[in-house]
Ligand binder design. Structure first.
Ligand SMILES: [Zn+2]
Ligand SMILES: [Zn+2]
Length: 282
């Protein structure tokens, strides 16, 4: 059975490797098709397509858009989007700008706590337009204020910690609509983030389906067998597509490998065809 991976990040957002290197790892892991799903940005896709053609790996143009509903952050994956769609590019740029406004506030809080960090240092370290908290975490590691990215989040950056600044996020319905308008299929990433299960999750998914959500990421690096089974069952009940991916980030999530996650991930290649069909009908 060949393996695919439909959820990966590169240096174009908060991953630590450029698309070409991520693809080389995918090639080594015998991944036959792969989706680059950087946060709120599409700029890594052309390099992925070029390298994919060299290595014989099919590239699905993707994106991951952060959204928020009822206090939960929901991430919406978009697949088979037209990555040159000017409207989607414009909307994603606006999302990144709102994040840019937040990062200097986080830095101000860290400085108020006595840490010697500047926003310029974070931007230089990130070297991308898509700056995020993982970059701030890396700066704190470089400066030996924390021992790991997790330590940075636990002590300063996570919700409820002293340097946390809430972010204005779109509603999931908006993210779904933007993806569909660009010809893509919208999928709920890592459903555990919804912080509900059973009938409450079923109700949430029905609402999102009415908004145009097409699928659920049932296979995911950190899902337990029980969670995967629950999400597969829900997808079946609601007649929704199933996807899966590692959420590879490189060194910021060192235990996650391309294609295999924590070792047990196996996303069946047969999931790709229904996704492709749904996109062609969009
Ligand atoms: Zn996510
Ligand atoms: Zn992700």
């Amino acid at each position: 059975m060949s393996r695919i991976d439909l959820h990966l990040h590169t240096t174009h957002s908060d991953g630590s490797l450029p698309p070409a290197e991520v693809l080389q790892l995918a090639h080594n892991a015998r991944v036959t098709a792969l989706a680059i799903t950087d946060h709120d940005i599409l700029s890594g896709i052309p390099e992925a397509i070029a390298t994919g053609a060299e290595l014989g790996i099919e590239i699905i143009p993707g994106v991951e858009i952060s959204s928020c509903v009822g206090g939960s952050e929901l991430h919406i994956l978009g697949y088979f989007i037209d990555w040159q769609d000017s409207e989607l590019i414009r909307r994603l740029a606006a999302l990144r700008e709102s994040r840019h406004a937040r990062n200097p506030q986080i830095i101000e809080r860290l400085r108020a706590l006595g840490l010697d960090v500047t926003y310029k240092e974070v931007r230089d370290l990130a070297g991308t337009d898509s700056v995020g908290r993982p970059h701030i975490a890396r700066l704190l590691m470089d400066k030996k204020y924390v021992t790991s990215a997790k330590d940075a989040f636990d002590r300063y950056l996570a919700e409820g910690r002293p340097a946390y600044v809430a972010r204005e996020l779109p509603q999931p319905a908006d993210a779904i609509a933007w993806i569909r308008a660009a010809g893509g299929v919208a999928v709920l990433a890592h459903p555990t983030w919804a912080k509900v299960s059973g009938e409450a999750l079923n109700a949430l998914l029905r609402t999102l389906k009415a908004d145009g959500l097409g699928g659920i990421e049932a296979h995911y690096s950190t899902h337990t067998k029980r969670q995967t089974t629950e999400y597969l069952d829900l997808a079946k009940r609601l007649n929704m597509l199933v996807t899966g991916g590692s959420d590879f980030h490189g060194i910021t999530k060192p235990d996650i490998e391309v294609g295999t996650g924590r070792g047990g991930l196996k996303v069946p290649a047969r999931l790709l065809e229904p996704l492709k069909q749904a996109a062609s009908q969009a």
